[in-house]
Design a protein around this ligand. Structure first.
Ligand code: ARG
Length: 476
């Protein structure tokens, strides 16, 4: 009869609808490893403090070992009646080891338990994500390295602006993903703090050693000092860490989405700048010629979903009074889905961009293929070296604003003759400014323009190679 932890007080059982509505076990069961780790750390401390006996601890450890096997092998029976992962595991423990199992919850509440579990679980996932961000940066770096000398038009307003190195363009994304990794590491410090010991909301009368538990669970700072939530009310009700993580994840997805948009444009027939391996594209059921960029399109779409989760979580917390409220159970699905979506997306992008190791040959294959010729052809349209001509005139003594105006006239002439600036005869150029000499053609070429931007952060191949070397060292 007694199927719930609190049923003695209740005069009627919960209706089936309410059970289904309130239970979380079918999604929070993924916290099981964190839940067991937290319980073992708590039990170890209870024994060290003399709150439970050594033999209780031994029984708990033995029971948890069995439960671990049961869950890992898929034979554990999750029960909706037991509401969530915590009560399911605790009930099974008691079934296995009797009274010792009932002593585990001494000085603890599910409120500090669940907050601990989510933090532990998220910490592990964030470490995986940081690793995936490294992989993606390495993929981008490899592509950059191979294509430092490849020139494509850089755009502003999606209009041809100035020639840039394709390697440089890839490095822009390396910067974004390196910031994402940095953000993950910063947020991790605030994820990695221990709520246990806060109990339901006010702390507990048992002489718990919270710092010991924190150390056992590796909830420590870089100096190895235990990180313990300092206020019991805040400890059980704070979900900032989940929101911060989701914000970092959403921003990372936004970077992925921008990259996706560029890949999609670049592989369209009108651009033809790149190809992605067939395994990342799909066909059409009606148009036999089609290869569609479904992966980047889906990533762009999934970005909306993760941004939505951020909105969901932040709205979840708005207006909640202290301390724990059941609202908080709603933190899990958005958080879990954010983690799943981000991990899958990072993985697939690493492979789509950098390729995968073929286990037979040991070679990387797949990855994006760059059509250098198409890129260069596109850079020759749109007068991408107009700024270089203006800079040339400035070096001849013209104020920049005047040079700008002069070049506008030259571009107008080139447009009307349907030629590039570099194709205007010297005599014609000299009509715009008599100081123009033969050496102007060096700056009007794409390569001349590229090489000229030899400044820290600029697109000159020399700078791009320096940046690649620095990123390579950072990621090693
Ligand atoms: N399943 C609950 C959650 O995820 C655990 C905490 C329940 N606490 C409570 N007082 N009902 O938030």
């Amino acid at each position: 009869k007694k199927s719930q932890a609190w049923s003695a007080l209740f005069s009627e059982p919960m209706s089936d609808l309410v059970k289904r509505y309130t239970s979380s076990v079918f999604f929070d069961q993924r916290l099981w490893q964190a839940d067991i780790a937290g319980s073992l750390a708590h039990a170890d401390m209870l024994a060290a403090q003399g709150i439970i006996q050594a033999q209780d601890l031994a029984a708990i450890e033995q029971g948890m070992a069995q439960i671990t096997n049961e869950i890992a092998s898929g034979v554990f029976e999750w029960k909706l009646d037991l509401e969530d992962v915590h009560l399911n595991i605790e009930a099974r423990l008691t079934q296995l080891v009797g009274d010792a199992g009932k002593r585990l919850h001494t000085g603890r509440s599910r409120n500090d338990q669940v907050a601990t579990d989510v933090r532990l679980w998220l910490r592990g996932e964030m470490d995986l994500i940081t690793g995936l961000l490294t992989d993606l940066q390495k993929s981008l770096l490899e592509v950059a390295e191979k294509h430092v000398e490849v020139i494509l038009p850089g755009f502003t307003h999606l209009q041809v602006a100035q020639p840039i190195s394709f390697g440089h363009h890839m490095l822009a994304y390396v910067e974004m993903f390196s910031r994402d990794a940095e953000r993950m590491r910063e947020v991790r410090q605030r994820v990695n703090r221990l709520p246990l010991g806060a109990a339901a909301l006010a702390g507990t009368s048992y002489p718990l050693d919270r710092e010991r538990v924190a150390k056992t669970l590796a909830m420590v700072n870089d100096a190895g000092e235990p990180q313990v939530c300092q206020n019991s009310l805040d400890a059980v009700s704070d979900r900032d860490f989940a929101i911060e993580f989701t914000a970092a994840a959403a921003l990372c997805m936004v970077h992925i989405s921008r990259l996706s948009e560029e890949l999609i444009i670049w592989m369209s027939q009108n651009f033809g700048f790149i190809k992605i391996a067939d395994r990342f594209t799909t066909g059409s059921s009606i148009m036999p010629q089609k290869k569609n960029p479904d992966v980047p399109e889906l990533a762009r779409g999934k970005t909306g979903r993760v941004v939505g989760h951020l909105m969901g979580l932040i709205t979840l917390m708005k207006g909640q009074p202290l301390a724990y409220n059941k609202d908080n159970q709603e933190d899990k699905e958005p958080l879990f889905d954010t983690v799943d979506t981000l991990k899958d997306t990072l993985r697939i992008f690493s492979e789509m961009i950098g390729g995968q190791i073929n286990t037979d040959t040991g070679q990387k294959e797949g990855g994006i293929t760059v059509n250098a010729e198409a890129m260069e052809r596109a850079a020759l349209k749109g007068y991408a070296t107009a700024t270089d001509l203006a800079d040339y005139l400035v070096k001849k003594g013209l104020p920049f604003r005047d040079a700008h105006e002069t070049v506008a006239h030259a571009v107008k002439a080139a447009i009307s003759h349907q030629v590039d600036l570099s194709e205007l005869p010297l005599a014609v150029l000299q009509e715009f400014n008599p100081n123009i000499e033969k050496d102007v053609f060096d700056v009007l070429s794409l390569r001349g323009s590229l090489n000229a931007r030899d400044i820290l952060g600029g697109t000159a191949p020399r700078q791009v190679r320096l940046q690649i070397a620095q990123h390579g060292q950072r990621l090693a």
